[in-house]
Design a binder for this molecule. Structure first.
Ligand SMILES: Cc1cc2nc3c(=O)[nH]c(=O)nc-3n(C[C@H](O)[C@H](O)[C@H](O)COP(=O)(O)OP(=O)(O)OC[C@H]3O[C@@H](n4cnc5c(N)ncnc54)[C@H](O)[C@@H]3O)c2cc1C
Length: 492
């Protein structure tokens, strides 16, 4: 539980951690602390009380124990690229930054596994395995900077998750420091550990169940061949229909990405990607696997695009042409930043077949609000990333953008989807959780959280809208909790 004296205690811990971990591991200067005030969701900011940069599991354990003894909340942070405010610190708490835990401990090709520390950058796992012809499949667009620990906590996805699945499908074992300050190992290199799937529970828990200090991941053999196709369509409806037809035909591309008219225009202006003239939607379809299979599948994909109205199709003949096709997609978020002073990146997901309907809803929201919305998304997964454009200097526009952004999630829910596809709930979507889950659902999730973290010190205030204090019996809440009333605990 978080006491009112936690702020003082957090700064008091600086001395303890300097003695036990060394000066280099502790940041307490206000200017330096401010650089950790937010993650990739810059709208939410809070300067941490203290930042600690541990280099070993034992150091993480010491930090957690120190926080537990002082009743101080703490938050893990990897590279700080999260888009839901999951690594938002507490001004009265400690931020535990894993960026110095960057060792790749083992590349075990015989077992197709790697063992890495949490601060290892996603792409570095592939770089380490590449000389043996292997790679790490989950590829968030931020893979050049984001950490494996952050990927685990967010259950991150990426363009190629359509075929290969999300982080949870590639993590087999974890070492973590529990919120009690114990070091435990869950799972390992073997494919299926006995007992409850606690690795599965931890992956996607957004830093609320402890701090991962080692991660065992699956390595895959690099595919023999990769082919990439770009198709231009007159509408997102046609591109959506082509996506459904490809999957219904039993072809499973590594990636199917879609961009709409506004996203294409922004990308053209920014990187001159040369996408088909007059296209209101483009699809990028990437196939990988044995060369002979891929050629057959490519012909099938081409046919389904044509049957659904593609007016121009290009197939990359080499790596340079492939990179050229991906250039527009990869630049899309940054490109939108050039055509609008501000924008909100939304993240929702719907069943793939509901894509055309939800895109129509989004167009209607854009029309009614007068705000432009660009759509860039993982079409194969039904994972939408609508970018709501606004100008914060115009009175009321930011609030309108927030409303539109929230209404997009309602549309996703109405079409049988979810409020987040891959970016997590963090602080950003806390208020949307009751739209998707009943009070009983949320209580049940809290039971799991409290089993790991009875004191409520490990990344409090994230995911859940009405933080239940551990020990409180699930059920209808009436009035303020007695501990809050007594000033002994706070609800964030
Ligand atoms: C340009 C851009 C593109 C992006 N593209 C994608 C994409 O395609 N797909 C996607 O899924 N995401 C994407 N993201 C979001 C983000 O990169 C991912 O969520 C990523 O996994 C966050 O990693 P991180 O190291 O930056 O984590 P942070 O932002 O530092 O932390 C994220 C969460 O993980 C927790 N955490 C961090 N380390 C640990 C640990 N060792 N143990 C326990 N909890 C921990 C934190 O407390 C926090 O809740 C993108 C972000 C940007 C800025």
């Amino acid at each position: 539980m978080v006491t009112e004296k936690a702020g003082l205690a957090a700064s008091g811990l600086a001395g303890r951690f300097r003695r036990s971990l060394g000066d280099r591991a502790v940041i307490s200067e206000p200017e330096q602390l401010r650089t950790y005030a937010c993650d990739g969701l810059t709208a939410h900011r809070s300067t941490p009380g203290l930042v600690v940069l541990p280099e070993t599991t034992e150091a993480v354990q010491e930090v957690v124990r120190g926080c537990v003894e002082a009743g101080v909340p703490y938050v893990a942070r990897g590279a700080g690229t999260g888009l839901s405010g999951g690594a938002l610190p507490h001004s009265d708490g400690v931020l535990v930054v894993t960026s110095r835990m960057r060792r790749i401990l083992e590349i075990d090709i015989a077992n197709q596994r790697a063992v890495v520390e949490p601060g290892v950058v996603n792409l570095d796992v592939t770089r380490a395995a590449a000389p043996d012809g292997y790679y790490y499949a989950p590829d968030p667009s931020s893979q050049q900077v984001c950490s494996i620990g952050g990927n685990v906590a967010e259950n991150s996805g990426g363009a190629h998750c359509l075929k290969y699945g999300f982080t949870t499908h590639h993590v087999l074992g974890l070492e973590l420091v529990t919120p009690d300050g114990e070091v435990v190992t869950l799972g390992g290199k073997a494919p299926d550990a006995a007992g409850y799937d606690l690795v599965g529970a931890f992956v996607g828990s957004e830093g609320t169940l402890g701090i991962a200090t080692k991660v065992v991941v699956r390595l895959l053999r690099a595919p023999e061949a990769v082919r990439t196709l770009l198709a231009g369509f007159a509408s997102t409806d046609d591109a959506g229909a082509a996506t459904s037809a490809i999957i219904a035909a039993g072809v499973l591309p590594a990636a199917i990405e879609m961009m709409d008219e506004l996203a294409i225009a922004a990308a053209e202006e920014c990187v001159q990607c040369g996408y088909p003239d007059g296209a209101d939607a483009v699809l990028i379809v990437e196939l990988d696997g044995p060369a002979a299979d891929i050629e057959l599948q490519l012909a099938e994909v081409e046919r389904h695009c044509q049957d659904n109205g593609a007016f121009e199709i290009r197939i990359a003949e080499d790596d340079a042409e492939r990179a050229e096709i991906w250039k527009g997609r990869r630049s899309a978020f940054a490109a939108v930043g050039r055509i609008s002073p501000d924008y909100i990146v939304q993240d929702g997901v719907v069943p793939r077949t509901a894509l055309p309907a939800v895109l129509r809803d989004i167009a209607e929201l854009s029309f009614r609000s007068g705000l432009r919305i660009a759509n860039v998304f993982h079409a194969g997964d039904g994972n939408l990333h609508p970018l709501v454009l606004y100008d914060a200097s115009r009175p009321g526009e930011e609030e309108r953008a927030e409303e539109v952004s929230a209404a997009i999630l309602d549309a996703c829910l109405a079409h049988g989807g979810s409020i987040t596809g891959e970016h997590g709930v963090g602080v950003d979507k806390v208020r949307h959780m009751p739209r998707m889950f009943t009070a009983a659902d949320l209580d049940t999730m809290q039971l799991l959280r409290c089993a790991f973290d009875p004191r409520g010190l490990c990344n409090p205030g994230k995911i859940f809208p009405t933080p239940r204090l551990c020990g409180e019996v699930p059920g209808k809440r009436t009035g303020v909790h007695p501990l809050q009333e007594a000033g002994l605990a706070e609800a964030f």
